[in-house]
Design a protein around this ligand. Structure first.
Ligand code: GLN
Length: 492
């Protein structure tokens, strides 16, 4: 089978029996074996478990009705998988083997999907380049000296390189949409609460959401239909009914109102990205959509607000990694038999177990929550967050979706920004506000630079209105052919 086949093509082939799940799985594993040494998309390849799952799918009597029959899936390594190590790309969890599956993983498997491995990411999902992984960066298949984006870099690489037609990522401030944009894929961050986070290693609990990477919008709709829904194990998951996202596709763009925050999108955006964005809007207009100039006045503060809220929550969430309950514990100095007191053990464990960016965020977050600074930073950030949410509510009175570039630049070179965290944080300028406001947002391919690097268009929708969002994205996809372009891998 073509390694770049879509999720639907693979699913249909397995449902109709033209391919077995085992054949599909074997091919995916061969592809991973051939390219993972170069691309570093996976921290763990689950060969034996995958083949066993594929055999089980082939044996299922209901195979013909499984929405993800035999579909290989890469799961970001911050989602728990029973019996399979789950590291969050951190030394502190290098040997952590969860006793349970994340709800999203269980749902995928119940729908017939086959987990082929755990995808590389930035440590605890903190980053925009995958360079903060304890296992080294994943590489962008479109240009292997470049980053794939982050933090769900490995998930994006797996799909972009034809290793699996579906991957799961998590998005706290853009970690699905930005790597999707930089790797030429569709990446969907659902509404906060739409998808269960039970079994997701928490980064910033008021922002985190799980979502799919796929090659097409239809595939994203199929995946969301499986992932979405209330989960009694996650108190933040919503009881809101799940729509038929696939049935929502196919609408024309006629009558669609697209909000464009002009002042925001012309700040510091790469020229080729800006051009691709403008051309994408023209495609919409030709297809019958209307452009509406909107203002998101508080969105210019989104980066500082995000880096206050996210670090505060991270500092609290990551307190649990203490060398007692989970994973790694540092050895005491002084050889066998030597013992540290509790505080020294905590300190040493966290010092050796966490990487530089995670430590930076824990310190920032602890600072902004500390007595005397809480009001000035954390509380103020929460207030501005409310303003950002209101900006969107106001905009959605007159538009159906809001369009922005996903990332201000195409994929940058590995190493280019590691010494400059602020520069790195600016990569998130267009993505973080959807998380702060809890809104669904999608990145879809909208062109390439002259150097053949993918560019992404971001659409943001109303809360729990993934149907309109996906339909709007699909209307653009049908007018263009970006998704048919695939990277040329050196040894393919
Ligand atoms: N790049 C952002 C950060 O570093 C977003 C990460 C994410 O969405 N997990 O925090």
């Amino acid at each position: 089978m073509n390694p770049f086949a879509t999720l639907r093509e693979v699913r249909d082939a397995v449902q109709h029996g033209t391919r077995s799940a085992v054949e599909v799985c074997t091919e995916a594993l061969a592809r991973i074996e051939a390219h993972n040494p170069q691309l570093n998309a996976f921290n763990t390849v689950t060969r034996d478990e995958a083949l066993a799952q594929a055999r089980a799918v082939d044996a299922r009597a209901d195979r013909r009705s499984l929405p993800l029959a035999g579909v290989p899936v890469a799961v970001k390594d911050n989602l728990c998988t029973r019996g399979i190590r789950t590291t969050a790309s951190s030394r502190i969890l290098e040997r952590f083997v969860p006793p349970y599956d994340a709800t999203v993983v269980a749902r995928l498997q119940a729908a017939g999907a086959v987990v082929v491995g755990k995808a590389n990411c930035d440590e605890f999902a903190m980053g925009s380049s995958n360079e903060n992984s304890a296992f080294g960066p994943a590489r962008n298949p479109w240009a292997t000296d470049r980053i794939p984006g982050g933090s769900s870099g490995g998930s994006a690489v797996a799909v972009a390189a034809g290793m699996s037609p579906l991957a799961l990522g998590s998005d706290t401030g853009g970690s699905i949409r930005q790597p999707a944009a930089l790797c030429g894929l569709v990446g969907l961050k659902p509404t906060y609460g739409r998808v269960s986070r039970y079994g997701l290693l928490a980064f910033a609990s008021s922002l985190d959401q799980v979502g799919p990477f796929t090659r097409t919008v239809e595939d994203a709709a199929i995946a969301l239909s499986v992932l979405a829904g209330h989960d009694p194990a996650d108190a933040t998951s919503a009881p809101e009914p799940v729509a038929d996202y696939v049935a929502a596709l196919g609408r024309s763009a006629t009558g669609l109102r697209i909000g464009v925050p002009r002042t925001l999108v012309h700040q510091g955006v790469d020229e080729e990205v800006a051009r691709a964005f403008d051309e994408a809007l023209e495609v919409y207009v030709r297809a019958g959509a209307t452009l509406v100039d909107i203002e998101l006045p508080s969105a210019s503060a989104a980066i500082p607000v995000y880096y206050l809220v996210a670090t505060a929550e991270a500092s609290s969430n990551l307190a649990r990694y203490d060398g007692v309950r989970y994973g790694f514990r540092a050895k005491a100095e002084g050889g066998p038999g030597a013992q540290d007191d509790l505080r020294t053990m905590y300190g040493r464990t966290r010092d050796e177990g966490f990487g530089a960016e995670v430590k930076r965020r824990i310190m920032l977050g602890t600072y902004v929550l500390s007595a005397g600074y809480y009001d000035a930073y954390y509380l103020k950030a929460q207030q501005v967050r409310t303003l950002i949410r209101r900006d969107y509510e106001h905009a959605f009175e007159s538009v159906d979706v809001v369009a922005m570039p996903t990332s201000p630049t195409p994929a940058f070179r590995i190493g280019e920004r590691v010494a400059d965290p602020l520069q790195m944080y600016l990569a998130d300028i267009f993505t973080v506000s959807a998380n702060l406001a809890g809104l669904p947002a999608i990145s879809i391919p909208c062109g390439f630079t002259s150097g053949s690097l993918p560019i992404g268009l971001q659409l943001t929708g109303r809360v729990f209105d993934e149907s309109t969002l996906l339909a709007a994205a699909h209307a653009y996809e049908r007018e263009t052919s970006w998704t048919s372009r695939v990277p040329v891998l050196s040894n393919s």
